[in-house]
Design a protein around this ligand. Structure first.
Ligand SMILES: [Zn+2]
Ligand SMILES: [Zn+2]
Length: 537
């Protein structure tokens, strides 16, 4: 116990003691960050008074990178033979405003045949029992580790329950639980359903950012051939079989899918499950990625009087928002499908779904709106999404899972890194969802380098050299788009090699321009859409 605490830099915590019934439960309120404490001062004060704890952890080590996730409480109990075949309650106070409670436990003397089971009651009801099968778990309003129930997280006295099926005479087992709290508006962790990145290292990661299942209007055929709501696991399984690195499950307005995703993520440990939802209004649809909290979608109601009110909610929750299929018509034929929300503040929009399913070009394409907004000076990332509503659609079918695939250059395979990659525009879209087509588009001046999504500066008369690497694109040719217009800046001969590079020089006029690439098949079909490099933005 002591050793462990020392490693966690708890050395100068002064341990307070609760009343006699829980004499062995020692709590130390660990600092999370100075601002954090100030923000939570009211509820924390109540918490401190309630639990009568002298919680005086000083600011021990300002360099602690994990301080934001530091445990809020440490519970301890020495378990002995006297506890055998009984239940021990370890109460702890959950402050008002907490949105998630996560508990990590450990105990000594397992090798001496000690077994300690776990369960949880919140301030009102039973929240689950995991016996001896899990040492850590989490519960929130929208999701919980299997064995536990999602539901409201209310402040008050919660109880971690230990069952002791076996401990031998003379054995003293030291049990420790670290309790972590999260609050509305906290920055999300590395990933929502995984504590660590699924893969490390910078790479192009390939995935699908738009799909539906039984939690909204996804459907497929049941065992007896009836059309039924299509279970989420089929979507995840199909995506995994297709070798995707990530998928975003974006059911309409609801957030019920997150609990199912939490169950599936540990099994699908090559496929990152990114929380999303399709905000579906009468004036447009938009995917929000990265937050699991409720976002009020009732645009035009008194709760959400205008679109910018909705966009502000997303910003406050550290979400990323992308306008879906903005080029579709709206009205009776497809309610709210096109983007018609008046006075949209594009400074709060991160991305546009430029290909929805097979709507790459022509009617329904999102490219015209995207390029129009880029020409106004907004930096918006073009992404794609299958908008799959049936996991059984064959790989080459319309809106099949992974068709199109959005390819993101990220520092690792985690929620945070993928969202950063989208925000930065380090993205291209593989319209047919292949496993290997890749484009790397770069610009260089004497002093600067930019990849897709980056900005570069060049004064009037200064030259920039653009370079395009095309992988697995034999038989296809590149097209450079400048400010929305197709150009002849680059040689359009088809690639003969599996890895080919072409380039061109551009003399700046000192003004703002953007450049991106399309790769087309010889019959003109759009295969890859690149994101812009911004000049003088
Ligand atoms: Zn939609
Ligand atoms: Zn959709």
């Amino acid at each position: 116990m002591r050793l462990q605490l020392r490693r966690m830099s708890f050395r100068s915590c002064r341990w307070g003691r609760l009343g006699s019934r829980v004499d062995d439960v020692r709590l130390c309120m660990k600092r999370q960050s100075f601002l954090f404490l100030l923000r939570r001062a009211g509820s924390l004060l109540r918490f401190v008074i309630t639990s009568m704890v002298v919680a005086s952890c000083a600011f021990l080590n300002p360099a602690l990178a994990w301080a934001e996730q530091a445990s809020a409480l440490v519970l301890h109990r020495t378990v002995t033979f006297a506890d055998r075949q009984s239940y021990i309650e370890l109460p702890f106070e959950v402050p008002e405003g907490v949105t998630r409670v996560s508990i990590e436990t450990s105990y000594t003397e397992r090798e001496k045949h000690t077994t300690i089971d776990l369960g949880l009651f919140d301030s009102e009801r039973f929240r689950g029992w995991s016996g001896g099968n899990k040492s850590s778990f989490t519960v929130s309003e929208t999701g919980a580790t299997p064995s536990y129930l999602p539901g409201p997280v209310r402040g008050g006295r919660w109880k971690l329950v230990l069952g002791v099926p076996s401990i031998r005479e003379g054995v003293r087992s030291e049990f420790t639980a670290k309790v972590y709290f999260a609050w509305a508006g906290d920055s999300p962790g590395v990933s929502t359903f995984s504590e660590v990145p699924l893969r490390g290292g910078p790479a192009w990661y390939r995935g699908d950012l738009h799909m539906h299942d039984a939690h909204s209007d996804g459907s497929c055929l049941s065992q007896s051939g009836k059309k039924v709501p299509c279970p989420l696991y089929k979507t995840v399984e199909t995506a995994a079989q297709r070798g995707l690195d990530f998928i975003a499950i974006s059911d309409h307005n609801t957030i019920s899918q997150f609990d199912a995703m939490r169950e599936l993520q540990p099994y699908f440990d090559h496929l990152l499950l990114l929380p999303a939802r399709e905000i579906t209004t009468f004036y447009g649809h938009a995917n929000v990625f990265g937050t699991t909290e409720f976002i009020d979608f009732r645009l035009t109601s008194s709760y959400v009087p205008d679109i910018n009110h909705l966009l502000k909610q997303v910003q406050d929750l550290h979400g990323l928002i992308s306008l879906n299929h903005p080029g579709l018509p709206s009205g009776e034929i497809c309610m709210g499908c096109g983007w018609t929300a008046p006075n949209t503040d594009f400074r709060m929009i991160n991305a546009i779904e430029v290909i929805n399913g097979d709507l790459g070009e022509g009617p329904g394409s999102g490219i015209p709106l995207w390029e129009e907004e880029l020409n106004k000076g907004f930096r918006l990332t073009g992404i794609g999404g299958s908008d799959n509503h049936n996991a059984d659609i064959a790989r080459d079918g319309r809106s099949a899972i992974g068709r199109p695939t959005t390819v993101i250059h990220a520092r690792e395979l985690s929620d945070r890194a993928l969202l950063d990659g989208i925000k930065a525009g380090h993205v291209f879209i593989d319209a047919e969802g292949t496993k290997n087509r890749t484009v790397e588009f770069e610009a260089k001046t004497d002093s600067d380098t930019a990849a897709m999504g980056d900005s570069i500066h060049a004064a009037a008369g200064q030259k920039a050299h653009f370079n395009l690497r095309m992988i697995a694109l034999q038989g296809a040719y590149p097209e450079v788009i400048e400010d929305g217009q197709s150009t002849t800046l680059m040689d359009k001969t088809v690639c003969a090699e599996p890895d080919e590079t072409k380039g061109f020089d551009y003399t700046s006029d000192g003004h703002r321009h953007w450049f991106r690439v399309n790769i087309r098949s010889t019959n003109g079909l759009l295969l890859v859409i690149g994101n812009p490099i911004y000049l003088n933005f």
